[in-house]
Design a protein around this ligand. Structure first.
Ligand SMILES: *[C@@H]1O[C@H](CO)[C@@H](O)[C@H](O)[C@H]1NC(C)=O
Ligand SMILES: *[C@@H]1O[C@H](CO)[C@@H](O)[C@H](O)[C@H]1NC(C)=O
Ligand SMILES: *[C@@H]1O[C@H](CO)[C@@H](O)[C@H](O)[C@H]1NC(C)=O
Ligand SMILES: *[C@@H]1O[C@H](CO)[C@@H](O)[C@H](O)[C@H]1NC(C)=O
Ligand SMILES: *[C@@H]1O[C@H](CO)[C@@H](O)[C@H](O)[C@H]1NC(C)=O
Ligand SMILES: *[C@@H]1O[C@H](CO)[C@@H](O)[C@H](O)[C@H]1NC(C)=O
Ligand SMILES: *[C@@H]1O[C@H](CO)[C@@H](O)[C@H](O)[C@H]1NC(C)=O
Ligand SMILES: *[C@@H]1O[C@H](CO)[C@@H](O)[C@H](O)[C@H]1NC(C)=O
Length: 647
C-alpha cells in the first residue's frame, strides 16, 4: 500500500515535470514602428538589477523594451554625439531604427579619464526612457555578458536581453525557409511569420553586431545556402518533398558552409534548388516546388537552374549579401546570367563537397553569388583558401568567334545593340589590360592541335554525351538508388515522387551500357588536357597565360508561362561546357541590359547582359582580383536589386 502510494507520487511528479517542459518558447514576433521583428527565445545577455529602470520603461509594450547599446570613446556623450550615431547607424543598418532609442546602454571604450559625475544626454534626450552606463563608468552597471553595439530588446521583468532580427518577406519565393542559430553550433527553421505575409519570412540580425576582422572577414554578411548543402540541425530537401520528409535533420554542417560561417557569415536561410540539382524549366518541370521568381525585367522570366533560389534571392533582396550554389553543368552561371548578378563556377576541387548532394563528383563545384565584385572577391579569398592569389593579369584576351557570332565582328556594332554592349565592355577591358583581343576559334585550334591518338574530327563528337552520361550514371548510383531503396523500405515498397527532369536523366542513366562512365571520363580528360596545353595555359607569372571570354546572357526572353519539355539529352557543345570538362574557373560578370517588349506588362522592360571569363585551373583568385580592380576602375559596376540592374 505504502509502496503503491510512493509509486503514484513519482508518477505524478513525472507528469508535472513533463507538463513543465511541454510549453516551449519559440521566440516572439512583434512590430515596432511598423516594422516586423523577431525576438529569439534565448537571451544574449541580462541586466541583473532592473531597479534603475523608470516606471515608463517597465510598462513598455509587450513586456519588451527596445533599446540600443552604444559604444563611445568620448568622455561626455552628448546630444551631438547621439545625432552622429543616429546618422551613421541609419545608413549602415536596416535593423536598427530610432525606435530603439527608448533606452540607451552606453559603453565607454576611450582612454581619457571620465568625469566622476556626469550629465549624459541632458535636454536633447526627451523620449528616451532610460540611460544606463556600463561598468567602465563610475557607478556603472554590468551585464551578464558584454554586448556589441546595436538594437536589442530588454525584458524588464526578467532583466533578459534579446537580439533583434528584422523580418523580411520572401516575395520572390526564393527560399525554402529562413534559419536562426540553435545555440548549439547548428541552425533551426525560423518560426516567425510577418503578419499578413503569404510567403516565407526571413530574419536578419543587425549589421551593427558585427565587425569584420582578418580572422572574420565576412562578419555579419548575410548568407543564403542552396538546399543541397547539409547544415547541422536542418533537413536537406534537394527540391524533393519525399526526400525532405524521409531523412532526419543533419548532424553535420558541410565543411564548405562551415568555412563561410567560421569567416563570420550569418546563415539566414536555405534556398530552392531545381530537383536534385538537375536542370529544370520553371513551368514544365518544377512540380514538387514552385520555381522562384526572377525579379529582372517583367518579373516573369525563368530564373534558370539549378541554383535558382540563390540567384533570384541575390537579384531581389537588398538585405542579403551572399548566396551559395553549386555548378555541375551551368547551375551557377545560368542563374547568374538570367538574374544579372556576379556568380562563378570555380576550378574543380576548389572547396570540399563533403555533405553536399552530388550530381557528378567529377564535375560538381561550389560557387557564390554577389551583387558587388569587391565583396565577391573578399568572400572568394576566404572560401577558396587553397588557391594562390595573383594580382598580375594576363595580357592575352581570347575572343572565340564561334561563341560571339558574326554580329560582334562588324565594327562598330549598331549603337545600343547587345553586340555594342559587349564590344564597348571588351574595349574598356582591353584598355585596362593594355592589350587587344585575339580572335580565335576553338574548333580550328582543335583541328590543328588535337592529340595524335584521337581520331575524332570534332569536339562535338568527342563530347557528344560526355556530360549527360556522367551526371546520369553518377546520380543514379550516389543518390537515386539509395533514396528509392530507403523510401521504399519506409513506405511499404512505394516509389517516391520524382520530377520529370531528374526522372528522365535517371532512366537514361540506367539504360547505358557498362563501361560508359569510363569512356565519358576518358573523353573529358582528353578535352581537359588539350585545353590546358593548347588553349588557356597555366603561366608561372600570371597564373593563366590568357583569359577567354564569351557571352553568358544576351538579354533574351525566356518567359515562365511556356511549357517546354524534352526528354532527349542534349548533345551540343556550348561555351559554358568548356569549364565543366576542363575543370577551370568560369566567372559571370553583369555588364549591361537589353530592352524587350514584354508580353506580360505590355511595356519595354530590360534583361541582363552578362559575360563569362575563363582562365587556367586554380587561377580563380586572379580573376576575382581582376573584377575587384575593374570595379575600382569603374569598368565593372555593382548591380542593384529589383527589375533593373543599373539606375
Ligand atoms: C569605440 O567605439 C567606437 C564606436 O563604436 C568606435 O568607433 C571606436 O573605434 C572604438 N574605440 C576603441 C578604442 O575600441
Ligand atoms: C520580387 O521581388 C521584388 C522586390 O525585389 C518585388 O518588387 C516583386 O514584386 C517580386 N516579384 C514577385 C513575382 O513576387
Ligand atoms: C584546403 O586547405 C585546408 C587547410 O590546409 C584543408 O583543410 C582543406 O582540406 C583544403 N581543401 C581542399 C578542397 O583541398
Ligand atoms: C603577365 O603580366 C604582366 C603584367 O601585367 C605582363 O607584362 C606580362 O606580359 C604577362 N605575361 C603573360 C604571359 O601574359
Ligand atoms: C602598353 O603596352 C605597350 C606595348 O606593349 C607599352 O609600350 C606601353 O607602355 C603599355 N602601357 C601601359 C600603361 O602599361
Ligand atoms: C579542319 O581541317 C581540315 C583539313 O585540315 C579542313 O578541311 C577543315 O576545314 C578544318 N576545320 C575547321 C573547323 O577549321
Ligand atoms: C568519346 O569520344 C568518341 C570519339 O573519340 C565518341 O565516339 C564517343 O561517343 C565519346 N563518348 C562519350 C561518352 O562522349
Ligand atoms: C517594341 O515595340 C515597338 C513597336 O512595335 C518597336 O518599335 C520597338 O522596336 C520594340 N522594342 C524592342 C526592344 O523590341
Amino acid at each position: 500500500m505504502l509502496l503503491c502510494a510512493a509509486a503514484f507520487l513519482t508518477l505524478a511528479l513525472q507528469v508535472s515535470a513533463a507538463a513543465q517542459v511541454a510549453i516551449q518558447d519559440t521566440g516572439r514576433t512583434l512590430t515596432l514602428g511598423g516594422v516586423s521583428y523577431f525576438v529569439p527565445a534565448s537571451p544574449v545577455s541580462a541586466l541583473h538589477d532592473s531597479s534603475s529602470l523608470s516606471v515608463a520603461a517597465k510598462s513598455a509594450f509587450n513586456g519588451l523594451l527596445p533599446f540600443s547599446v552604444i559604444p563611445t570613446s568620448e568622455p561626455i556623450f552628448d546630444g551631438d554625439a547621439l545625432q552622429d550615431i543616429v546618422h551613421d547607424w541609419s545608413t549602415k543598418d536596416d535593423v536598427w531604427s530610432k525606435e530603439f532609442l527608448r533606452g540607451i546602454y552606453l559603453t565607454y571604450n576611450g582612454s581619457r579619464a571620465l568625469p566622476t559625475t556626469s550629465s549624459f544626454l541632458a535636454q536633447e534626450t526627451s523620449g528616451i526612457d532610460f540611460v544606463l552606463l556600463s561598468k567602465s563608468y563610475p557607478l556603472g552597471i554590468e551585464l551578464a555578458k558584454v554586448l556589441p553595439a546595436g538594437p536589442y530588446f530588454l525584458e524588464p521583468a526578467s532583466g533578459n536581453i534579446y537580439q533583434a532580427l528584422r523580418l523580411y518577406n520572401d516575395e520572390n519565393q526564393s527560399f525554402v525557409y529562413g534559419t536562426i542559430p540553435d545555440g548549439n553550433g547548428g541552425f533551426q527553421v525560423l518560426s516567425a511569420k510577418i503578419p499578413g505575409a503569404a510567403t516565407e519570412t526571413i530574419g536578419v540580425p543587425s549589421r551593427l553586431y558585427f565587425t569584420a576582422t582578418t580572422e572574420k572577414p565576412l562578419a555579419g554578411m548575410r548568407l543564403a545556402v542552396k538546399d543541397i548543402y547539409d547544415v547541422k540541425g536542418l533537413r536537406t530537401g534537394c527540391g524533393n518533398r519525399a526526400f525532405w520528409q524521409l531523412y532526419p535533420p543533419k548532424e553535420t554542417t558541410a565543411p564548405a558552409i562551415q568555412r563561410l560561417l567560421d569567416g563570420g557569415a550569418v546563415l539566414v536561410g536555405k534556398t530552392k534548388t531545381s530537383q536534385f540539382a538537375n536542370g529544370e524549366v520553371a513551368t514544365s518541370d518544377w512540380v514538387d516546388l514552385h520555381a522562384p521568381y526572377n525579379p529582372r525585367g517583367d518579373g516573369y522570366q525563368d530564373g534558370s537552374s539549378s541554383s535558382t533560389g540563390s540567384g533570384t534571392s541575390m537579384a531581389a533582396y537588398p538585405w542579403l549579401d551572399l548566396a551559395v550554389g553549386t555548378d555541375t553543368g551551368g547551375s551557377m552561371r545560368g542563374p547568374a546570367g538570367a538574374n544579372g548578378v556576379f556568380g562563378n563556377r570555380p576550378s574543380h576541387g576548389a572547396v570540399s563537397l563533403d555533405n553536399v548532394m552530388p550530381l557528378s563528383p567529377e564535375l560538381d563545384t561550389a560557387g557564390i553569388f554577389s551583387r558587388d565584385a569587391k565583396l565577391w572577391a573578399t568572400a572568394a579569398q576566404w572560401w577558396y583558401q587553397n588557391f594562390t592569389s595573383s594580382s598580375q593579369f594576363p595580357k592575352k584576351l581570347l575572343f572565340p568567334v564561334e561563341f560571339f557570332g558574326s554580329s560582334y565582328l562588324t565594327t562598330p556594332p549598331r549603337a545600343g545593340s547587345v553586340a555594342d554592349t559587349f564590344n564597348s565592355f571588351i574595349t574598356k577591358l582591353e584598355g585596362f589590360l593594355n592589350t587587344t583581343r585575339t580572335e580565335m576559334s576553338l574548333a580550328a585550334i582543335w583541328n590543328a592541335t588535337k592529340p595524335a591518338d584521337v581520331s575524332t574530327p570534332s569536339l562535338q563528337t568527342l563530347l557528344s554525351t560526355t556530360y549527360v552520361d556522367l551526371i546520369a550514371l553518377d546520380q543514379v548510383e550516389l543518390v537515386a538508388d539509395p533514396f528509392i531503396a530507403d523510401f521504399g523500405a519506409a513506405n511499404g515498397g512505394r516509389m517516391p515522387f520524382i520530377d520529370p527532369s531528374p526522372l528522365a536523366r535517371w532512366t537514361y542513366g540506367r539504360s547505358l551500357p557498362p563501361g560508359q562512365k569510363e569512356e565519358a571520363l576518358a573523353n573529358k580528360t582528353v578535352f581537359m588536357e588539350w585545353f590546358s596545353s593548347s588553349v588557356v595555359q597555366p603561366d608561372a607569372t600570371n597564373c593563366s597565360d590568357s583569359i577567354l571570354i564569351y557571352p553568358q546572357s544576351i538579354g533574351a526572353t525566356n518567359y515562365r508561362n511556356r511549357y517546354v519539355w524534352s526528354e532527349v539529352p542534349e548533345v551540343v557543345v556550348t561555351a559554358p561546357r568548356i569549364a565543366v570538362y576542363a575543370g577551370v574557373p568560369d566567372m559571370v560578370v553583369p555588364i549591361g541590359e537589353a530592352p524587350f517588349n514584354s508580353t506580360i506588362t505590355g511595356q519595354t522592360e530590360f534583361l541582363p547582359v552578362t559575360i563569362s571569363f575563363v582562365a587556367a585551373k586554380g587561377c580563380d583568385l586572379m580573376l576575382f582580383n581582376l573584377f575587384a580592380a575593374l570595379q575600382d576602375a569603374r569598368i565593372v559596376r555593382a548591380v542593384e536589386t529589383g527589375s533593373r540592374l543599373f539606375r
